[in-house]
Design a protein around this ligand. Structure first.
Ligand SMILES: *Cc1c(COP(=O)(O)O)cnc(C)c1O
Length: 234
């Protein structure tokens, strides 16, 4: 029964993504839905995969490790969306398709070093603190040009774009402003960025505001709670 509930929720979210895309004159295929299953364990996560969502995100690396292990038989692309401590880089980067939370140079250097050790390049997004909230991780808007320059030497990274979270206090109007801010930052950086840095992806928007994010140009939305409506938390 709950698996059916999740299927319905997934259908509703995909529908809302299509509507928002149409409104912005975009194609739904330009937007990747990352299903955020952090509120639940492997069983419920499996239902989300069964409902056809193969990009899954976790906030805590330990939870990502566990699920990547127990859902091995699925073809899942794992996304580390929450802050990654440097001592967890080694175990996390072989498992993930994208690190959304590239939020400091110390972390990026560690990911670079460990990637070289593993003989891989790790796809990362640079997290920008657009809300200015103290508790939020991420780079300041004003330091991004310099950060991109530094990324050139970090050859273990494959920089793919930017990520942000709207402020908790921002409300929907504030969220819209912050997403606009991230999109226009991307536009500005495109003109000055080093060639080796790719800024195609914009990861922004969660359950309460993903349609607004899509209208502002999100290419990846990270949706959790909306997928689990009607299901009691574990
Ligand atoms: C939990 C989380 C989400 C999803 O949030 P919902 O409100 O449940 O959709 C998205 N991004 C990050 C970084 C998160 O930690």
């Amino acid at each position: 029964m709950s698996a059916g509930l999740i299927e319905e929720n997934v259908a509703r979210v995909l529908d809302r993504i299509a509507t928002a895309a149409a409104k912005a004159g975009r194609l739904p295929s330009e937007i990747t839905l990352v299903g955020v299953c952090k509120y639940f364990g492997s069983e419920v996560t499996q239902w989300v995969a069964n409902a056809g969502i193969c990009d899954l995100g976790e906030n805590r690396p330990q939870q990502l490790w566990e699920k990547a292990q127990s859902l091995q038989q699925y073809d899942i692309r794992w996304h580390q969306i929450g802050h990654l401590q440097r001592n967890k880089v080694r175990r996390t980067i072989p498992l993930i398709a994208l690190l959304h939370a590239g939020d400091s140079l110390r972390l990026l250097k560690e990911v670079h070093k460990e990637s070289l050790r593993l003989g891989q390049r790790t796809p990362v997004l640079l997290e920008v603190n657009v809300s200015g909230e103290q508790a939020k991780h991420g780079f300041e808007i004003g330091e991004m040009e310099e950060v991109l320059k530094q990324c050139v030497d970090l050859t273990g990274l494959e920089v793919r774009g930017l990520m942000a979270m709207a402020g908790l206090q921002s409300g929907l109007e504030g969220a819209k402003r912050e997403f606009e801010e991230l999109a226009s930052l991307r536009e500005r950086l495109m003109k000055v960025k080093p060639e080796s840095v790719d800024l195609s992806e914009l990861s922004m928007g969660m359950s309460r505001d993903y349609d607004i994010a899509i209208e502002q140009g999100a290419t990846i939305v990270r949706v959790g709670s909306s997928l689990f409506e009607g299901l009691p938390r574990e």
